[in-house]
Design a protein around this ligand. Structure first.
Ligand code: SF4
Length: 487
């Protein structure tokens, strides 16, 4: 883009208006005290309207009169919600959060359990070292509690304790890149430092910093969206440099020149050019077979679906999904890739018993792109019927094993279990807690990742595993907590 400049009159002061790529002052990327006050005045009421319109169980107005214990309880609620929101969408988090708080209403309840490793370690440390109260100092919180980074520390301390500390998640990063018209590598230290400084300036001396931070997060996710920001209705558009640039109203100040921004590519001015896009490296492509295993006592009763919990570390840690045969070759049909996994999970399906594989059907594929790999999920529905024992209302027992962890097989197809493996009694271990049968109506309420939600949408769009209308009567036996919710 050329450095073409024009001169126009802005607010009665004659100012020079420049192209975004022309030399400009660092001050363009700094929030002054007076701007911070104006932003706070715009953000606070906007957030309270948004808060009432989109209520979430963990969102409560800050009350400075709460006792230290009550504020610490709020900190626990914010912490749990933030961990969940980092993994999946708000709609999915709400029921999961509600169930979580019923099961572990306080941090001490969580610390005394053995259920969720990611939060458990932090909860036990807080109980041991901080008398069960998450610290109200963001620096201490970040340094002491495993799993809490700068963003979560800022969210917890501002929302629960009213501390003037900033947040910078992906949504706020995009929003502030536009407000500052910062065209620089978004991952560079100089860029993130400027954005954190701006986020700090915006909450400095705020009466309710938690509301300001939540306003920035909400504004970034609902108004200043990646592709179609709603600038005309944005409560802070008069202080947004990217928007001013679009309207040809961005003034140029040549003092203390910025050395962070890079030239903007030629083209019409548009706020969506911010933040700067960095060229992504080509990512490998893989095909996984997703095994949607279902079981039904009789054709008139509800389907149950088998979910497994992903390991506590690694990709999508702790989320629930369907069992997967990873990175398969195309030389074998997707159905044939799925069958051996089913035999590992249900060794008795090959015996003379009543539990049988009724159908194995490939129903299509969904594409899901991770930052490091592009996955095609080939979805195979496996319908089981019959029972392992006399109680035909009980879903069949699942045999845990390595198949649960997407282990790369030496060949793409898992080996069939040996006769010894089939008869061997497996010790009852923690793997069993990572498997459960869930009623069809409840699958969408589970803590699923986005890719698994896409798979589930495909399954339901095809009419579920059986493609037959199902009655809603529950089986007599208690199966999982989720089944209880359905009663
Ligand atoms: S004016 Fe537009 S670009 Fe600027 S913050 Fe608002 S929505 Fe984002």
């Amino acid at each position: 883009m050329t450095s073409k400049r024009t001169r126009i009159i802005v607010d009665s002061d004659e100012e020079e208006v420049g192209s975004i790529s022309s030399p400009h002052s660092r001050r363009r990327h700094i929030i002054s005290n007076s701007t911070a006050i104006t932003l706070q005045r715009a953000l606070n009421p906007w957030f309270h309207v948004a808060h009432d319109a989109r209520s979430m169980p963990w969102r409560k107005r800050y009350d400075p009169a709460l006792s230290a214990v009550q504020k610490a309880q709020r900190a626990y609620e914010v912490w749990v919600s933030e961990i969940m929101l980092q993994q999946t969408r708000v709609d999915t988090v709400i029921p999961y959060y509600n169930r979580w708080m019923q099961t572990f209403p306080t941090i001490k309840d969580l610390a005394g359990s053995n259920i969720e490793q990611r939060l458990l370690e932090g909860a036990q440390l807080v109980v041991d070292k901080f008398d069960g109260k998450l610290p109200d100092d963001a620096t201490v919180l970040q340094a002491s509690v495993p799993g809490i980074g700068r963003y979560s520390a800022g969210a917890i301390c501002s929302i629960a304790y009213g501390k003037c500390v900033p947040v910078l998640d992906g949504n706020v990063h995009r929003l502030l890149s536009r407000v500052l018209a910062l065209y620089a590598n978004p991952k560079a230290k100089a860029t993130t430092n400027l954005l954190w400084d701006a986020a700090q300036a915006i909450v400095d001396d705020a009466e309710d910093p938690g509301a300001i931070n939540q306003a920035l997060i909400e504004l970034g996710s609902t108004v200043c969206t990646p592709r179609e920001p709603k600038c005309a209705g944005c409560p802070i558009n008069t202080h947004c440099n990217a928007y001013k640039w679009k309207l040809n109203k961005l003034s140029t100040d040549m003092e203390d020149l910025c050395n962070v921004c890079e030239p903007i590519p030629p083209g019409p001015p548009d706020v969506t050019l911010f933040p700067m896009k960095v060229e992504k490296k080509a990512v490998p492509e893989e095909t996984d077979v997703v095994c949607v295993v279902s079981w039904q006592a009789t054709p008139h009763l509800a389907q149950h679906y088998l979910l497994r919990k992903r390991p506590a570390t690694g990709l999508l840690a702790g989320l629930w999904d369907f069992p997967v045969v990873p990175n398969v070759s195309s030389s074998t049909s997707f159905e044939e890739h799925a069958r051996p996994l089913v035999r590992l999970a249900f060794p008795s399906v090959d015996d003379e018993g009543t539990l049988q594989i009724k159908n194995v059907t490939s129903i299509g594929s969904v594409l899901h792109v991770f930052s490091h790999v592009k996955k095609t999920f080939q979805v195979v529905c496996i319908q089981l019927c019959g029972a392992q024992n006399d109680d035909s209302d009980m879903p069949p027992q699942v045999t845990p094993g390595e198949w649960m962890d997407d282990l790369q097989q030496s060949t793409d197809v898992p080996k069939r279990p040996t006769k010894k493996q089939k008869t061997e009694k497996k010790p009852k271990d923690e793997d069993e807690d990572r498997l459960k049968w869930v009623l069809e109506a409840n699958v969408g309420q589970e803590n699923l990742g986005t890719g698994t939600m896409k798979v589930w949408s495909l399954v339901t769009s095809k009419g579920g595993a059986s493609k037959k209308p199902r009655a809603t009567r529950k089986p007599k036996a208690k199966l999982t907590d989720d089944d209880e919710d359905d009663e």
